[in-house]
Design a binder for this molecule. Sequence first.
Ligand code: PEP
Ligand code: MN
Length: 359
Amino acid sequence: MYTQELLPGLDPKEPLIIAGPCSAESEEQVMATARELASYGAKVFRAGIWKPRTKPGGFEGVGTVGLPWLQRVKEETGMYVATEVATKAHVEAALEAGIDLIWIGARTAANPFAMQEIADTLAASGKDVPVLVKNPVNPDLELWIGAIQRIQNAGIKRVGAIHRGFSAYGKHLYRNLPQWHIPIELGRRIPNIPIICDPSHIGGSRELISPLSQQAFDMGFDGLIIESHCNPDKAWSDSAQQVTPAALNLIVNSLVPLNGADPDTTQNLPLLRQEIDRLDNELIELLGKRMGVCREIGQYKKEHGMKVVQGGRYSDMMQHRQKLASDMGMGEEFIRRVYAAIHEESVRQQIDVFKKDNK
Ligand code: PEP
Ligand code: MN
């Protein structure tokens, strides 16, 4: 299945682009954003009506009062409208309001009970609305596949997937780590399923939307879902990652197509480069953690009146590392130079701790 089969009338040559605010906030905000997006040629409008928030007290969406706003978007701009559902009541209300496409959020996709409830409600409705299933928050491919299967088993024919990245503990460049190999593997396990990328929730910041969209494009994703708000700085949710409709238009128009090259032959290189980027990020994070431990050691040595550099330890450590590296096919001289540099920085970090304590 191709993305244009998800909704009739979309240009088969174009990737599917879904755009709109994270949340519907007011009729004015929804209409202003929708009109602007439509003026740039957008065809599918998204807006969250029910928002799953991590903690209580956040903006939980306007609820069913927002559904007529989406109906108005549809009537006035001719765009298709899409929203997120998480419960039986949401599905019933969305179908009743004539929502054209529904998606299931990452927190819901991680919950088989919720997925089954949604699937049962869809089956009981007898309506064949297209459904996009986001990946679960945790990097569990089987859980994602299971969520998709529940929807397919309900008799829904137009089912797609959204890659929105995976949450991870601690601070990272991305709000949700892309782990591109997981959606790629999904495509292999469920052939012909349209997979679209959500660079807004992967990146978590405006600057990352364009490069992430290009990466997704290069890897052969079938479309993008991007958060766009008429006044992003004032958005009630996900403000940092929303872009104006004008910025979104620029991002989409500056995407470089694959120039008709056979995607099978072009997919590997970006994928491998992506893997290198991911590994380098991990390397830097690991080095950062290592330096943190060095600072703790520095603190210990300081408190116990020990010298920063302890003879013997360095050469023992080096021998062991060189052996490990050589077992993994790396040159001993290479690893000696890498460790000399790491050791130098570790000593510098420890001296820094000593100096701080002396102040
Ligand atoms: C959203 O699309 O606004 C959303 C809540 O996304 P996710 O489920 O990916 O966090
Ligand atoms: Mn959002």
